[in-house]
Design a protein around this ligand. Structure first.
Ligand code: DUR
Length: 302
């Protein structure tokens, strides 16, 4: 009987040399990577790749879809990762393992806008970068109780502000995007979409679409009524909220300068106004914005 994989204490590989989650091996992924959420969006953007050279594509059992080809003769990969920070971690770490050159990674996803003047159907470039907000499960535990009493019997005021010691949400400081790559994204997106539809702003990546994005759901005790106000107060330039960019920027920062990263997202909803983007506009932005994102990547030398 063969083991299921090898090297469990480093970056494990399957016995065909593919990494466990992306399902790729050396040569199947480029040093310039555009990452998106939906496999459909990756396929749509992959249509801009050169027809003259072969396009490698693969969908892994763990939900990663990769297209690798060339754009104007420069190799690029377009990779759909699904949603959330762990999926971004799989991408960045396994891509780093598979490519010997420095990596350039950009994300083109969707987001909610946090101020009324960031219109649905526009694109926000995460500049200077992204903060993060996470639900703190410790804050939802019963308060520490003197033996023999239950949490319910304790006067919350007399306990000396325990809720502040254990806040229900934790906010992590900004991780900065690569400024040169960010300029390239801004330039190409403005050129393709019109500069009135592209702006820069601080992003916030949340650990949930629900609790830590301030959505209300009476089935859960989330204590998030004032969360968006508190975030905007702490970071006045906050424009967008999603679930991945912070992880990308934080890993680039941790990569001993071997990964440069930047991020942009399509505004699908405006939280303060309640506006939601229409389907035709979203489809247009995915295609035209996606092409602009690829153009920005191929501007760079290896
Ligand atoms: N997204 C959000 N919040 C929004 C709009 C879009 O998280 O309000 C992004 C991030 C995640 C997916 O990948 O879309 C969740 O629907």
């Amino acid at each position: 009987q063969r083991n299921v994989y090898r090297d469990t204490n480093a970056v494990p590989r399957n016995f065909d040399s593919t990494t466990l989650h992306l399902g790729l091996k050396e040569g199947q992924i480029a040093s310039r990577i555009l990452t998106v959420g939906c496999p459909g969006r990756a396929g749509l953007i992959a249509k801009v790749l050169d027809k003259s050279s072969p396009i490698f594509s693969h969908t892994s059992p763990r939900g990663f879809t990769t297209y690798t080809g060339t754009f104007e003769r420069t190799r690029v990969s377009i990779i759909a990762i699904g949603m959330g920070m762990p999926m971004m971690d799989f991408l960045v770490r396994e891509a780093r393992q598979l490519v010997s050159k420095p990596l350039l990674i950009t994300r083109f996803g969707t987001c909610g806008a946090l101020c009324p003047d960031v219109a649905v159907g526009s694109v926000v470039v995460a500049s200077p970068g992204s903060v993060s907000v996470m639900r703190n499960p410790d804050a939802f535990l019963p308060l520490p109780t003197p033996s023999g009493t239950s949490a319910d019997e304790i006067d919350p005021i007399a306990t000396g502000g325990a809720p502040h010691v254990r806040p229900p949400y934790l906010v992590f400081a900004p991780q900065l995007a690569d400024p040169v790559l960010t300029q390239a994204l801004l330039g190409e997106l403005k050129e393709q979409l019109g500069s009135e539809h592209v702006r820069r702003g601080m992003n916030v990546s949340a650990c949930s679409f629900y609790s830590s994005q301030g959505r209300r759901d009476a089935f859960f005790d989330d204590r998030n009524e004032d969360l968006l106000d508190v975030l905007r107060e702490r970071h006045p330039s906050l424009a967008s909220m999603e679930m991945e960019s912070f992880q990308l920027l934080a890993l680039a920062r941790a990569s001993r300068e071997s990964v440069r990263a930047a991020a942009a997202s399509i505004v699908v909803a405006n939280r303060p106004t309640g506006d939601v983007c229409d389907e035709a506009r979203l489809a247009y932005l995915e295609r035209a914005g996606g092409e602009a994102m690829v153009r920005a990547l191929v501007r760079f030398e290896d």
